[in-house]
Design a protein around this ligand. Structure first.
Ligand code: URA
Length: 233
């Protein structure tokens, strides 16, 4: 017996072919879609796991999800499309244009951005309940005191919540420079934490997300390995 996916033909074809879900209705009418060699009867018909669906005579093959790391340059925004600015998706080849950024970096922050079309994986990486650690190299306008480091580790209250924002680790790299790890992803969190300590971030660069270290040059991208994908899941 065939397993019912309980999925409509238009939804499935919309997910796995260049046609949108609404295009499928017209493609069915135009006799462009077949299910197991027979013309599809309606866009709403249900298909099963074993069904072979073809469009214009070519079988529609289910593609897997994609997982990318990108070293975001300054000025590029973490969005899929924007009328004014270059986006992280604009830096990828056309066959990756369906990906979305997994979490965000500000326009003025550089470094590691992940992109994927796997919604569950993205949720796992970004949802605060999983507390995935992100490590940043922070350059500040003024020297960073030992008292500031203490405050970052103990937590500073930001305007949007009474719950203090804490760094999980801080390492001083120079008079004005820190390596700082946080496990939440609050809006402009690092900049606001430093501002709450009466200093200002002049340069912010993300080096890692979970166990994944940035290892490519600015503006470059690469696919993650299976081990890297699993380690973040
Ligand atoms: N914190 C910030 O302030 N900006 C970022 O882009 C990421 C973390």
């Amino acid at each position: 017996m065939k397993t019912k996916l309980n999925i409509r033909l238009d939804r499935w074809v919309g997910q796995h072919s260049p046609l949108s879900r609404s295009d499928v209705k017209f493609a069915v009418k135009a006799k462009r879609i077949k299910v197991n060699g027979k013309l599809a009867v309606s866009a709403s018909q249900k298909i099963s796991q074993e069904d072979v669906v073809s469009l214009d005579g070519a079988e529609i093959v289910v593609r897997g999800f994609s997982y990318i790391m990108l070293n975001k340059p300054l000025g590029v925004i973490c969005a899929t499309r924007d009328g004014c600015h270059q986006t992280v998706v604009d830096l990828l080849p056309t066959h990756f244009q369906q990906l979305h950024p997994v979490g965000r970096l500000d326009k003025d922050t550089t470094g590691l951005v992940l992109l994927s079309d796997d919604g569950q994986w993205s949720h796992r990486v970004t949802h605060p309940k999983y507390a995935c650690e992100k490590c940043y190299k922070v350059t500040a306008k003024w020297p960073i005191s030992a008292a500031t480091i203490e405050r970052l580790l103990h937590g500073v209250v930001l305007r949007d919540s009474p719950k203090p924002a804490c760094a999980t680790a801080v390492e001083q790299l120079g008079e004005n420079q820190l390596m700082m790890t946080i496990s939440e992803g609050r809006y402009h969190q690092v900049r606001r934490m430093i501002a709450a300590c009466e200093n200002r971030v002049t340069d912010l660069h993300r080096l890692s997300v979970g166990s994944l270290q940035l290892d490519i040059a600015e503006g470059e991208w690469r696919e993650l390995t299976v081990a890297e994908i699993v380690a973040l899941a």
